[in-house]
Design a protein around this ligand. Sequence first.
Ligand code: NAD
Ligand code: DAU
Length: 361
Amino acid sequence: MSSAIQSSSQPTLLVTGGAGFIGSCFVRQRLAQDDVRVVVLDKLTYAGNLDSLAPVSDDPNFAFEQAGIEDAGEVRRILDQYQPVQIVNFAAESHVDRSIDGPAEFVMTNVLGTFYLLEEARRYYSERSATQQAEFRFLHVSTDEVYGSLGPTGKFTEQTKYAPNSPYSASKASSDHFVRAYHHTYGLPVLITNCSNNYGPYQFPEKLIPLMILNAIAGKPLPLYGDGQNVRDWLFVEDHCQAIWRVLQAGEIGEVYNIGGDAERTNLQIVHTICDVVEELVPNLDHRPRELIQFVQDRPGHDRRYAIDASKIQAQLGWQPSHDFETALRTTVRWYLDNSLWTQRVADGSYAGQRLGIGAN
Ligand code: NAD
Ligand code: DAU
């Protein structure tokens, strides 16, 4: 499927993975806030959903192309057809538990896919004029999981040594290295962002927060891996997307920027908060959500703690999150309550909340 984009003088962004959770937020945000055209290139895996782009589907500045980033021929055609000034790469297999069950797909998309996308970006860049080359950027969206696991203290900085522990984080680390290499070897103007855990509307319900919200509403078990004391550093998805936009506009070529919300919580704290918000927002529940919590077999290789030091992006680019955790979590719970049709359609029979990542699938 593709749709025509009207020709104009506005700059065009190519957004890969733009039908996923964070990518679709970035697309909705850009079309609402900025004078740009956006072309989404997305394979529409189980995690990609055109329903997440429904709010912008009639926008004349929006176009969609279904393709994989590993499909060099299609990537080339799309680059030549739309002539984007910049590329933002969100496309990835993103779920750690799925990478434990089936790592091959993570290598195919996150490693090889990023490599083929870089190759096509390199060719495209080499054919631009000097003015176009000065504007061109390849921004690669990555994760704090490449840095491995922290003890009880300390935070990940841009200098932290890579130590990925899951097939997912190893594949993302590999893609980061390729992006870096294309800058150092070929002069491609790249930027890399490494962000902490995101939450918010439109997140596929395999991830902790949407899974717990939906199960707490439905009266289903709330499975906490291990002792529930693993710590993640949570950031509202809209803040992440504003940070990416800021890096795209003002980041220094070849640099890495850590992005985080300074909102460390244990998984048990997260689930308690969700239970309490659900209980408050759904007055006629016939169950007590906190009583649904079950401690289950731990995730293999489960990283204990993540925390981001975001002082570089704050000091150099003036970005900081504008949503506090408790308020934005309430917004998120309310969104899932109001959008049950979205949840039904994206899960579409392919995922019914079952446990992933312990070899059972
Ligand atoms: P997601 O799983 O919700 O979406 C991924 C999107 O990529 C989907 O639309 C999917 O269809 C598409 N896709 C998958 N394989 C593709 C391929 N081969 N070619 C083209 N498109 C393909 O993921 P997300 O949570 O939105 O994450 C987006 C990016 O941000 C990923 O690179 C992820 O590693 C990174 N990230 C995520 C988080 C988080 O908390 N979710 C935090 C930091 C970084
Ligand atoms: O840190 C950034 C990363 O955050 C991103 O790169 C990944 O794409 C994203 O999926 C996320 O990875 P996590 O593994 O941290 O997210 P997940 O939602 O799968 O799990 C969050 C924590 O909750 C983790 O400690 C495992 C735990 N968990 C998860 C699920 C799904 C549970 O205890 N029970 C669950 O059912």
